[in-house]
Design a protein around this ligand. Structure first.
Ligand code: SF4
Ligand code: SF4
Length: 302
């Protein structure tokens, strides 16, 4: 029961070429995990991301309808909420209250909204598996936003016992500076800051594969287990293995469209319009790269 809340342990124990998926040990009957891109707008415009839409969103459905929609997956699940910036979603804290009556959440955020203080007061930390807070150090400095607000909100969550982890993308042009900044934040009491590799092109090279082994070793030594594990660089292709995504795991768009995973865009209908029909059997992975390797590590098998 509730083994899935220890997802970090299961990811660190992952071994390829097993005949059974990690998911088999993690989930009992009625338990599930899904990823949900709640919105596609953001108040930041980081150059390694496409979520620059700043227009306010008016969701088509009320929060009660949305929260109930997740019951189709099972009685109790881990809903990983990402965006855009989830705290810009209208009524987000009330939606979290409804979802956490039955389920557990992880939230990816840039930790910039004042409403995070209300979230820390109104939502139980016991129902939040992880708050993954993007540091976006250079964006904050270049745009004169500064780090003070991030530090303050991190500490508010941490003091309320939330598992908050700052995620720091180490750009290939600023590796040593990035490591220095992580050390600086740790000295300020932000103990959980994890280095993350850059995905994209820089100086005509594709990253993360273009990092040297020495650079990877350095960055890996600042990664926190379970968030940006060195294993995520090692296990990036599960092609032709069976994968339970499409049957037991899904990636949901802000429109409610249900996709197989964050990489494979095969559609299974719309969650909010109640046209969602999952696959009955596991199918082989067809993708050359699994862009969110934790999904392949949990759901794939030989
Ligand atoms: S804060 Fe996150 S979602 Fe927003 S632009 Fe930056 S990377 Fe994208
Ligand atoms: S890309 Fe990853 S999560 Fe998607 S089907 Fe392949 S192994 Fe599974």
């Amino acid at each position: 029961m509730l083994e899935f809340i220890k997802i970090q342990n299961y990811l660190s124990e992952y071994q390829p070429n097993k005949n059974t998926p990690q998911a088999q040990k993690m989930f009992d009957k009625g338990e599930f995990m899904v990823s949900w891109f709640i919105n596609d707008n953001c108040n930041f415009s980081c150059n390694y991301c496409g979520h620059y839409n700043r227009k306010p969103v008016s969701p088509k459905y009320d929060i009660q309808h949305i929260a109930q929609s997740f019951d189709v997956f099972g009685d109790c699940g881990h809903i990983i909420i990402t965006g855009g910036e989830p705290f810009l979603y209208p009524g987000f804290i009330d939606l979290c209250k409804l979802l956490t009556e039955k389920h557990y959440l992880s939230i990816n955020t840039n930790l910039s909204q004042a409403s995070i203080k209300d979230f820390a007061e109104q939502i139980s930390h016991e129902r939040i598996i992880m708050i993954n807070a993007g540091v976006h150090y250079d964006y904050r400095i270049d745009n004169k936003i500064g780090m003070d607000n991030f530090i303050k909100l991190y500490k508010i969550l941490s003091n309320k016992n939330f598992n908050v982890v700052g995620s720091y993308v180490i750009h290939p042009a600023k590796i040593l500076q990035g490591i220095k900044n992580i050390q600086f934040l740790k000295q300020l009491g932000l103990t959980n800051i994890s280095a993350k590799t850059y995905y994209g092109t820089y100086d005509g090279k594709n990253y993360p594969s273009a990092y040297t082994q020495m650079e990877i070793d350095l960055i890996s030594s600042y990664m926190l287990q379970g968030l940006d594990m060195p294993e995520y660089l090692k296990y990036t292709c599960f092609k032709n293995k069976f994968c339970l995504t499409g049957k037991d795991f899904f990636s949901i768009e802000h429109t409610g469209e249900v996709l197989r995973c964050n990489t494979d865009k095969q559609s299974y209908g719309n969650l909010f319009e109640k046209t969602f029909i999952p696959s009955k059997t596991a199918e082989k992975c067809t993708q050359s790269t699994c862009i969110c390797p934790y999904q392949g590590m949990v759901y794939s098998y030989k």
